[in-house]
Design a protein around this ligand. Structure first.
Ligand SMILES: C[S@@+](CC[C@H](N)C(=O)[O-])C[C@H]1O[C@@H](n2cnc3c(N)ncnc32)[C@H](O)[C@@H]1O
Length: 212
């Protein structure tokens, strides 16, 4: 396993991030819940980055593929604000129920929409355009995401993908998950309709903008 970011640098970024007033009680509660069961969430550094990206894109409609108990959605909810919508998807009804309970306690003024099922099937039932599509589903299915996201995004919209460096395993993929992430990265970088950059924060965030 290759550490993406030096541990001390990660700690330094975390300390800085904690000084931001936007990091509130509900966010901390959700982080404690994730730590208790070792549930993979984007964490506060990446969460803040997602919020900043979505707000910079003036997003009002965000679609999440793989929402878990709603931690990443909390940040998107802040970015879209009143009048905005964040659509959460997950194969687990229990996690979506938990997301609903957590997000009801958040100070977000947006609408949260909860869709149960396989995100790759649900996308066919959704009408675009979305300003942001956030991808965090099972890694072996990542290569299916760019085509769906491209048709759902508005020109200038962002496809954002978590775990784009997958513990460094993308360097020499030896299983389906690492292979899926590596193929995804090749697909978005070579896609003529996207411009992509991977930011090596935490486990790597791929940001792809749909070209105008
Ligand atoms: C890494 S967790 C999501 C964490 C969340 N994005 C966050 O940072 O707070 C991945 C979630 O995606 C869900 N999932 C995996 N594959 C999926 C699929 N094909 N469709 C919908 N949900 C999926 C899992 O049940 C799990 O809750």
């Amino acid at each position: 396993m290759t550490p993406i970011l030096h541990t001390e640098i990660e700690q330094y970024l975390l300390q800085l991030n904690n000084q931001q007033s936007s990091h509130d009680t509900i966010g901390r509660k959700m982080e404690q819940r994730a730590a208790r069961d070792d549930f993979p969430i984007v964490g506060p550094i990446v969460g803040t980055f997602l919020e900043l990206l979505a707000r910079s894109a003036r997003a009002t409609r965000v679609l999440e593929l793989g929402s878990g108990f709603g931690y990443s959605a909390l940040f998107f909810g802040r970015a879209v604000g009143a009048g905005g919508t964040v659509t959460l998807t997950d194969t687990s009804p229990a996690l979506l129920e938990e997301a609903q309970q957590f997000l009801a306690q958040a100070r977000n003024e947006c609408v949260f929409e909860y869709l149960h099922g396989d995100a790759l099937e649900l996308v066919a039932t959704l009408e675009g355009p979305f300003d942001v599509v956030f991808n965090d589903i099972d890694k072996e299915y990542y290569p299916e995401v760019p085509q769906h996201a491209f048709s759902l995004l508005r020109p200038g919209g962002l496809l954002i993908t978590d775990n784009a460096l997958w513990n460094g395993d993308v360097l020499k993929p030896t299983d389906a998950a690492a292979g899926g992430v590596a193929s995804y990265n090749s697909l978005v970088y070579s896609h003529p309709g996207f411009q992509t950059s991977i930011i090596p924060l935490r486990d790597g965030i791929a940001v792809s903008q749909k070209m105008q």
